[in-house]
Design a protein around this ligand. Structure first.
Ligand SMILES: NC(=O)c1ccc[n+]([C@@H]2O[C@H](COP(=O)([O-])OP(=O)(O)OC[C@H]3O[C@@H](n4cnc5c(N)ncnc54)[C@H](O)[C@@H]3O)[C@@H](O)[C@H]2O)c1
Length: 355
């Protein structure tokens, strides 16, 4: 069954983590498809302005709140009565998880429990997309991609919290939702996303863009780490496809799914930084390995064979295209083009490339 975007027209969709990088892109895409979008998350960080740049506070029903509070989560579901919930709220940074391990576990595990519990008690919800990460797999520094049935685990608190969230999700799925025809839930594990409007600290593209704009050398601290890079629209297209299948009552869409790039687009951080500098034009990158940096996996790849075979999902933009689209977003916005126009045009371009 191909992607049918019309299924979202008039649908009530709640996005947790709507003030974040991926959440903001997802809200823009859902609005573009005619969905009635609501959101729940902490207010946008002052240094992460995409939500405000897209003027989402005026265009969706956003609720400020902390997912660690069950009452707050339940109130939003009662108020918005969503048919689809897309759960993206998380403490999403590996380095920050070393600084704030308890907060990371409380948000990513405890917050996820709160959401699952609220959904269990909310009859309006028909489909849940539960977003975790490629880092939920126990990393064995393998050359080949992790598959959905590989062992879960995590060395750093972020990865461990996402593996734990996956186990909690499976518990709810098996205990309360198996065999239900009026509700379906899927978990989605994506690669390292890049795209315009990400300003997170300790992520390679935002770090590079900040340096390029200041006409300084961009510093790469893990040049040899290999990651499955993909444009942010790639995993979002997977989440939308899963939601479409679940709304259509497809039981086979329940469970876990990987949405990663093709193998040739799994590249070292160094290559991404140099490609970004070339795409920006006239920018420089220097490598400075920090011997005291906390542990991060060196090699991480993801197998998306299941999504390709069973959902007919495909990555549409290769590595070079993803980097060019990302850097052109930042350049156009720096030149004064309206961020919402750039974002919306890239979403339309992505959808056209899939036809
Ligand atoms: N960016 C990536 O490369 C990547 C890769 C794989 C998976 N993911 C996952 O995708 C999701 C979105 O990632 P992102 O890059 O947009 O992250 P982000 O850090 O930009 O956004 C995180 C969102 O979660 C919200 N949030 C954080 N703590 C909260 C709390 N206690 N209560 C309520 N809301 C809270 C924030 O307000 C924000 O809206 C996350 O679950 C992340 O783990 C991201």
């Amino acid at each position: 069954m191909p992607m049918n975007y019309t299924v979202f027209k008039g649908r009530r969709v709640l996005v947790t983590g709507d003030t974040g990088f991926k959440g903001s892109w997802l809200c823009e895409w859902l609005l573009n498809l005619g969905a009635e979008v609501s959101g729940f998350s902490l207010p946008p960080e002052p240094d992460a302005p995409l939500f405000d740049q897209l003027r989402l506070r005026d265009r969706i029903a956003h609720h400020d709140g902390d997912i660690r509070e069950l009452d707050a989560v339940q109130s939003v579901l009662e108020a918005e009565k969503p048919e689809v919930v897309m759960h993206l709220a998380a403490q999403s940074l590996v380095r920050e998880s070393y600084v704030q391990p308890k907060y990371t576990f409380d948000t990513n595990v405890g917050g996820s429990v709160n959401l699952l519990e609220a959904i269990r008690l909310c009859p309006d919800v028909k489909a849940l997309i539960f977003v975790t990460t490629d880092k939920c797999y126990r990393n064995k520094e393998w050359d080949w991609g992790y598959r959905e049935n590989d062992e879960l685990g995590g060395h750093d608190p972020y990865s461990a919290s996402k593996a734990a969230a996956e186990i909690v999700f499976e518990g709810y799925q098996k205990s309360f939702w198996a065999g239900r025809s009026d509700f379906g839930a899927a978990s989605a594990r994506a690669g390292n996303v890049i795209g315009g409007g990400d300003w997170s600290k300790d992520r390679i593209v935002p770090d590079c863009v900040r340096a390029f704009m200041a006409r300084e050398d961009a510093v790469v601290r893990n040049p040899l780490s290999v990651r499955p890079w993909q444009h942010v629209l790639e995993p979002l297209s997977g989440y939308l496809l899963l939601a479409q299948r679940l709304l259509g009552g497809d039981e086979n869409a329940c469970g876990a799914w990987n949405f990663g790039p093709d193998n040739e687009d799994v590249r070292p951080v160094r290559e991404l930084a140099f490609q970004a500098a070339a795409s920006w034009g006239g920018a420089r990158v220097v490598e400075k390995v920090d011997p005291n940096a906390p542990h991060e996996a060196q090699l991480l790849t993801l197998s998306s064979e299941k999504a390709k075979r069973k959902l007919d999902w495909r990555a549409r933009w290769d590595f070079n295209t993803a980097v060019d689209k990302t850097l052109s977003w930042y350049k156009l916005v720096a030149e004064g083009v309206d961020p919402q126009t750039v974002t919306s045009q890239q979403i339309n371009g992505y959808m056209a490339d899939g036809n």
